[in-house]
Design a protein around this ligand. Structure first.
Ligand code: PLP
Length: 383
């Protein structure tokens, strides 16, 4: 099956008893066993559930991978990946990642004895220089949150594998519609399914995809042992969100390309980050490794810096001032006070994440309405 067909059909079978085209929601905690010591493939929903399994198989198919493991949030999915490792192990992590990831590594997993080195993952040389004998994992986002830097997945995989480490890619911003990291050598692909994959601001969820059976078993063990699993209902909603992934991503990315071009030409805008712009530093690699466009996220700074950015975020009306991204509604975010507030200011600034940075998750509304909202908001900006 081609990608668009897989979105709608892969792993989704009609109900064999009634023929219902929409698979039933198995909203159950437990299962009646036929006999002591026997089950029908399911014994308790923390361990596994038919609806969850369907969503796991559907997303694995979209990534062209074998195993999917669903978690209660993107953060619990990241946490599960990191908990495959332990005291004495070292992770090389991209320095521009979602703020919750650095919070987890620096303030939770440091207590488990896992060490981390942050690098600019858009520079393969920096990844290579940070590798140690104890490095077990290289962890990157591409494009990154919020600076939209692009990492060369193939180069990162080679460096990780040369050092006997795994490459994990948080592909939340790209989605399998634009990028399939496993094709380029990634061992682990992770998504916050809260975002584009479910797509409608309805759920919080996460998923980890792997090909290796042992790593998949390790993740299944963590699902069961820690219990950070999504409800069957959230998995059912995810499954329906995935059906329209192609249509939504095509619109998100064409709208975002128009927003990025509009902003880049606006006199009140100082700088735009969008890998689809030809002069963006990430464009050459993004153009090589992404397909069908460059997704729906755009970040920028205004000429008037922080006060101007804040004025704009308060002035727009269609773009909702909200934490999160990847849903049908356009959303505008102030990363330094919202998504990345827990990253210390000096670290944020060292990474180029200024207080003036504005991030837009461009929705699927009519692009003229989104541009008119931004145009009006920029008119209100005094500087
Ligand atoms: N990864 C990225 C790139 C994100 O943007 C986010 C959340 O914004 C997460 C992971 C965490 O996902 P969740 O909010 O579903 O826990």
């Amino acid at each position: 099956m081609k990608f668009d067909t897989k979105c709608v059909r892969a792993a989704i079978a009609p109900d064999p008893t009634t023929g219902a085209i929409v698979p039933p929601l198995y909203q159950t905690a437990t299962y009646v066993l036929p006999e002591v010591g026997q089950d029908r493939g399911f014994d308790y929903t923390r361990s596994s559930n038919p609806t969850r399994q369907m969503a796991e198989e559907q997303l694995a198919s979209l990534e062209g991978m074998i195993h999917g493991r669903a978690f209660a949030s993107g953060m619990s999915a990241v946490d599960a990946v990191f908990r495959l490792f332990g005291a004495g192990d070292h992770i090389v992590c991209g320095d521009d990642v979602y703020g919750g990831v650095t919070r987890l590594l620096d303030r939770v997993l440091d207590r488990a004895g896992i060490a981390v080195t942050y690098v600019d993952a858009s520079q393969p040389g920096e990844i290579a220089a940070a590798m140690r004998d104890e490095t077990r994992l290289v962890w990157i986002e591409t494009p990154t949150n919020p600076l939209l830097k692009v990492a060369d997945v193939e180069a990162a995989a080679k460096i990780a594998h040369d050092g006997q480490a795994l490459l994990g890619v948080d592909s939340t911003f790209a989605t399998p519609y634009h990028l399939q990291p496993a094709e380029l050598g990634a061992d682990i692909v992770m998504h916050s399914t809260t975002k584009y994959l479910s797509g409608h601001n309805l759920i919080i969820g996460g998923m980890v995809l792997v090909n290796d059976d042992e790593v998949a078993d390790g993740l299944r063990f963590l699902q069961k042992s820690i219990g950070a699993v999504p409800s069957p209902f959230d998995c059912w909603l995810l499954m329906h969100g995935l059906k329209t992934l192609s249509l939504r991503m095509a619109r998100h990315s064409s709208n975002a390309a128009q927003v990025a071009t509009f902003l880049a030409e606006h006199p009140k805008v100082a700088r735009v980050a969008y890998p689809g712009l030809e002069n963006d530093p990430g464009h050459p690699i993004a153009a090589r490794q992404m397909r069908n466009g460059f997704s729906g996220m755009v970040s920028f700074e205004l000429v008037g810096g922080t006060p101007a950015g804040i004025e704009l975020m308060n002035a727009v009306q269609l773009c909702a001032l909200a934490e999160s991204l990847g849903a049908v509604e356009s959303m505008i975010t102030h990363p330094s006070s919202m998504t990345h507030a827990d990253v210390p200011k000096e670290e944020r600034e060292a990474r180029g994440l200024t207080d003036g940075l504005v991030r837009i998750s461009v929705g699927i509304e009519d692009p003229e309405d989104i541009l008119a909202d931004l145009d009006h908001g920029l008119e209100e900006v005094s500087a």
